[in-house]
Ligand binder design. Sequence first.
Ligand SMILES: [Zn+2]
Ligand SMILES: [Zn+2]
Length: 721
Amino acid sequence: MTRVRVLTLNAALGPLDYSVPEGMPVVPGSIVRIPLGPRQITGVVWDEGRLEAETVEAKRLRPIIALYDAPPLKPSMRRLMEWVADYYLSPISAVLRMALSSTSGYSGEKTVTEYRASGGMPERMTPKREQALDLIGDEQGTIRELSEIGEVSDAVVRGLVKAGALEPVEVSLDAPFPDPDPGFAPPALEAGQGAAAERLVGAVKVQKFTPMLLDGVTGSGKTEVYFEAVAEALRMGKQVLIMLPEIALTEPFLNRFTARFGCEPVTWHSGMRQSERRRAWRAIAKGEAAVTVGARSSLFLPYARLGLIIVDEAHENTYKQEEGVMYHARDVAVMRGNFENFPVVLASATPALETKQMVEIGRYDEVTLPARYGAAEMPTLETVDMLRDPPPRGHWLSPPLVQAIEETLDRKEQALLFLNRRGFAPLTLCRTCGHRFECPNCTAWMVEHRLLHRLACHHCGHVMPPPDHCPECEADDSLVACGPGVERIADEAASLFPEAKIAVVTSDTIWSPAKAGEFVARMEAGDIDIVVGTQLVTKGYHFPNLTLVGVVDADLGLKGGDLRAAERTFQQITQVSGRAGRGDKPGRVLIQTHQPSAPVIEALVSGDAESFYAAETDARRIAGAPPFGRYAGIVISSEDEGQAIEAARNIGTAAPEIDGMLVLGPAPAPLAMLRGRHRQRILVHARRALDVQGVIREWLEKIEWPRTVRVTVDIDPYSFL
Ligand SMILES: [Zn+2]
Ligand SMILES: [Zn+2]
């Protein structure tokens, strides 16, 4: 009898030992079904001696029930998971869950019944049925999925099936994906692009671990260049993963991909139906999905023969996961290339300072694209001093910006107004008594969303209808909106330019690739004159007729004050500026600010990125901040404030004294309450060479806290809230 150690998906269980029934071809990496008490659960057979578990006597061992019909996870993948668990101080079960993120991918079913509108109407129409049909539209899905889309119960959807309004469709879960053709439509590259492409292609050919920064200004054609590396990997029979920071960018990207390779790649994101997930997961695991385009979660899928990862817009903070396993997808992508031995390309017009530093010390190769593609020139950037040229009271668009919009519209060109704030107003208060609407679960203001007619908390999602009187003093009609959000800017633009067609682009309006596709189509058709958007519109899009960008409040990003505030502002404004003048018409960017002489604003206007990076790098070096030093955040939270404070104090008191390590706090977190939990924060600041994870592991192991207290450790944090 053989004994094997099986890693389960349940962090509380950890690894468990089982016996292998005679003749079952189990190897390390096999995905298996195992008994647990009366239940059956999923696990993966792990290598001997790598995971600790309680030893069970041989006679008490239970046998594995079944081996799933899926390829075993490769050794390199298992080593990557161990590394991620170790580095981010997370249970390895939680990492495994990300790899096995489609249950039906490795279990039996091969077809599924989905439903779609038949075009017929039910004989008996109810408000619920009408609502469901309305919301479902052309969508197709299982009963469960359609009930979610239709915001009704399963029973209502079943009723619609019975009445013939929805018809069944049998969907094969294993239909093969088309193969992208590397020779379909190779572009004519300009000299600079050609040289860059050659270097990437060279690295792909060698198939050795090579992290590369593909650095080129916005509009320089980075995508065309890395597509050549993708083509080479395809010719070699390798799989490719291209990561995008936002689901909203998928649609325009897919169009470009199809134009180059003749068919769509496989996509992977949180909005997929179960059947789509299963189909993609299997094709990826069996090596049949040639190119996968996905959000950060696609990084942990069990690719059979991966030979290249591209991290597009690699500087984006959305690559940092802020819940569960708090990994940074950019860094883990590089580690995956390391474990599996292939090149990883980080593409960005505004690389993260950490990445620039890796180039500086020779760890990463750099491939640079100096100019914009074709005839396009870089846009001109100017500031509007909001003290000298203020907008009228209660307005947010300054006279110079308004004039620029007017000129743009006169030329039948498009304008983009950027403000990184969703909703109508960030704060609502009572003008009679001063009462401010705060989220009951978080230390955060309720944000007014006028389009949806409600107040919403952007941290926990709590919503309420806007009250018609003040809950504090009961005054009627006394609520006032303070400050602008994109909806308010759109209102102001509409009153200034009543003829203009205006679109608001935020995660509230663009929540799926399909919605993003609609937006792109409307822009391209000239059906939109002014776009008002959040960071969602700052990157990826290519609209040749968009010639004016107005940054409504350049100071907003600097107010957070964390270590990356200036860098983030620089990146965001550079990216959004990059949307202007991408065709043959020149672009113009107006930056509204109260501090035109702030170093970051001056660097933006002068276009001197290098000296900005140099100054920021120096400042970080002096402060011992990343990449020259390291941080780790420890958040202690509980629904009971006293418990959180006490546990935090115990942890703080037990902090080890180590040369080159500073422990700050505990103190209430800036976001002192989140989703009903009180939060205390400890910040660990250490020199670069210190094994911070080892220190924290040993430190926390010795302390106990009540089960109702949650302690999370964030290694290399991006959020300091
Ligand atoms: Zn009041
Ligand atoms: Zn909240």
